[in-house]
Design a binder for this molecule. Structure first.
Ligand SMILES: C[S@@+](CC[C@H](N)C(=O)[O-])C[C@H]1O[C@@H](n2cnc3c(N)ncnc32)[C@H](O)[C@@H]1O
Length: 204
């Protein structure tokens, strides 16, 4: 069976405007396990990093974003579409790298999204492209903590990072690894027990 690729044009569209309960409609396409076909995936409901990207896109421009732990590439593709700039996407899982490349291509941004294998900010691709003015890291609380020094080394002055994949009750724990490095909380949103943080230099 073949599937049609789904364009990401609606990726960050909000379906309603209530501030806390805003729903994002994230439209992505994922490769089948044999990578010979693509299946459109519509993720309805919460997409906290997507909502943070949506808000940032209304506030400012970015020229050098990084998607760390890109998985399917959904956030990298979103950033490439939102700001029409080159985006670096890194994952330590070779299958994710292959799928993210496919997804970037079928969504028309292969020329803007460079996908590389790598573990964290110390990987060759990340070191070459740093500093970044926007980082999206939708990983988990523990790796977010472990990667905090690398983020601090790689984030440009004035830059900010979207940290997600953590639970509400892990926010203080994750921030405790960032604050001593000079990275404070710019914004925090929660939905259904999950949190997304926007962190940046010099914030409380
Ligand atoms: C929860 S998934 C998120 C995928 C995608 N960013 C999204 O928002 O749907 C986390 C991804 O991070 C990758 N990952 C975890 N630790 C990593 C590290 N230290 N360096 C690079 N990638 C990592 C995993 O392989 C996985 O693909």
């Amino acid at each position: 069976m073949r599937y049609e690729p789904a364009p990401l044009g609606l990726l960050m569209e909000c379906e309603n405007s209530t501030s806390e309960g805003r729903q994002a409609r994230c439209l992505a396409s994922r490769a089948s396990p044999d990578r010979r076909s693509h299946r459109p995936v519509v993720i309805r409901g919460t997409c906290l990093p997507g909502l943070a990207l949506d808000r940032l896109a209304r506030q400012r421009d970015f020229v050098r974003p990084l998607d760390l732990g890109c998985g399917s590439g959904i956030l990298a593709i979103a950033m490439a579409k939102l700001w029409a700039v080159p985006v670096l996407a890194i994952d330590n899982d070779p299958q994710a790298v292959a799928v993210a490349r496919d997804n970037a291509a079928i969504n028309g941004v292969a020329g803007r999204v460079a996908v590389a294998i790598g573990g964290g900010y110390g990987s060759a691709a990340a070191r070459r492209a740093a500093p970044f003015d926007l980082v999206a890291a939708n990983i988990l609380a523990r790796p977010l903590r472990r990667l905090a020094p690398g983020l601090a080394r790689s984030l440009a002055p004035g830059g900010c990072a979207i940290l997600s994949g953590l639970l509400d009750d892990q926010v203080d724990w994750v921030m405790a690894a960032h604050r001593p490095l000079g990275l404070g909380l710019i914004e925090r949103r929660s939905l259904a027990g999950w949190a997304v943080l926007v962190v940046g230099w010099g914030k409380a």
